[in-house]
Design a protein around this ligand. Structure first.
Ligand code: ATP
Ligand code: MG
Length: 399
């Protein structure tokens, strides 16, 4: 075979392997295993003795060694922006080949790092990890096997891997930082653990049929709670991220209120809660998402029903104030303790004590607030313990 043909064959094989590796990078969202996968891949692709990945900490702006192959003990070392290869790459956003690291006076950090380990850095190829035009880290390949110099193809290959790696790392970082996800996982743990425990109990031979039925019901209830939580949570995440497209209907708020009351009247009647409505005629319309405003009313009214006692009253009233429509849902129920008022719209928050008696996910008011704010309005609550609660929200009037 001609040398040129052989080189082309090698290049195609390297590219194929690179594509294979790049695909596998998207299979994990956990940061540590992902970083290790990246350095292993970088070492294979560049045929080097060691590889490392460094990330820029978003908060402090410092550069940290995160993971490496064949470089024990480098994890979590802070690398200075001045006097280091990685720092140079972060600052310039360009890749860099250092053919003789020991002789290059610009990068004394590499030789200092070598002094602390048994490793000797001879040559370095470093490329920036760029996501949305920002350098989020650096991928370094150290010492080409056999002492040969880095060739342009190495730079090209590592750059392609770096592009894929940057996206995968960014996704993993976002996933790690998303407190929304952390919270849902946390909140789902309780119902999941109880499902596991009851399913386990059901399998015991000594369990009576009545008990088994009871356990099956608990499992079903808990599974339904998880299902509702996921639906609510997805809606909340959509609203928070601004990805939820709100319809722009011309909405007659009095109709929305009456429809929501009609839906919940059977539940109110069953609990002997008296619904009343105080809406003046000729209220101006608002521009917005009728479906979601209906949801707002359902959430507030269903809370009133859930937390009130038989014989309590729930009154919905509206008025116009300057260019705002003001809607209040007032109940004569147990009210909300003063120290809980500031947390009431937080996701998953439920007033301690009340939550054990009434089922709920603690997401209703968080969703309600998001919907109202997405319409350009505001929501608040006034309450004193034992004196009922009044939720009031505003919506800008359609001029
Ligand atoms: N009208 C009310 N009277 C008394 N407490 C209330 C009232 N409305 C809400 N709360 C308190 O606020 C908490 C949060 O309400 P939110 O609607 O967000 O969640 P939830 O009703 O517990 O669950 P869900 O997600 O199913 O609506 C409730 O758990 C309850 O403790
Ligand atoms: Mg609720």
């Amino acid at each position: 075979m001609e040398p040129c043909q052989k080189r082309n064959g090698d290049r195609i094989r390297r590219l194929e392997r690179l594509i294979e590796i790049s695909r596998s990078l998207n299979s994990t969202l956990s940061l540590r295993p992902l970083l290790y996968q990246i350095v292993l891949a970088a070492q294979e692709i560049t045929d080097t003795e060691a590889c490392s990945i460094l990330l820029v900490d978003r908060k402090s702006g410092q550069l940290y060694f995160e993971e490496a192959t064949n470089l024990p003990g480098v994890h979590s070392i802070v690398v200075p922006m001045e006097g280091s290869v990685a720092g140079w790459v972060v600052q310039t956003g360009q890749s860099l080949v250092v053919p003789d690291a020991q002789a290059d006076p610009r990068f004394d950090f590499s030789s200092k790092a070598d002094e602390q380990s048994t490793f000797t850095t001879r040559s370095i190829l470093a490329i920036p990890l760029i996501f949305r035009e920002q350098v989020i880290g650096v991928l370094e390949a150290i010492n080409k096997q056999g002492g040969t110099p880095f060739i342009p193809e190495d730079v090209e290959m590592l750059a392609v891997l770096g592009d894929q790696a940057a996206v995968a790392v960014q996704n993993a970082l976002l996933f790690q930082q998303s407190d929304l996800i952390a919270e849902i996982v946390h909140e789902m743990r309780t119902p999941l653990n109880s499902i596991i425990a009851y399913a386990d109990l059901m399998r015991r031979p000594t369990i009576m049929d009545v008990q088994r039925l009871q356990f099956a019901e608990i499992i079903q209830d808990e599974a339904e709670r998880i299902s509702e939580m996921t639906n609510n949570f997805l809606e909340l995440a959509r609203l928070k991220s601004g990805r939820a497209a709100l319809a722009q209907d011309l909405v007659e708020v009095s109709t929305v209120i009456r429809m929501a009351m009609d839906v919940l009247r059977p539940q109110a009647d069953a609990k002997q809660i008296v619904f009343s409505i105080d809406v003046p005629p000729n209220l101006p319309n608002v521009r917005g998402d009728a479906q979601r405003l209906h949801q707002v009313m359902l959430n507030l009214l269903s809370n009133a029903i859930k937390y009130c006692r038989p014989g309590d009253n729930v009154t919905v009233s509206t008025r116009c104030q300057e260019d705002q429509l003001v809607v209040s849902v007032a109940d004569t129920g147990p009210g909300i303790p003063t120290d809980a008022l500031s947390s009431i719209f937080e996701r998953f928050y439920r007033v301690p004590g009340a939550e054990s008696q009434v089922v709920g996910t603690g997401l209703g008011l968080a969703i309600t607030q998001q919907i109202v704010e997405a319409h350009g309005g505001q929501i608040g609550v006034e309450s004193e313990e034992g004196e009922g609660a009044t939720f009031t929200f505003t919506l800008p009037v359609q001029q």
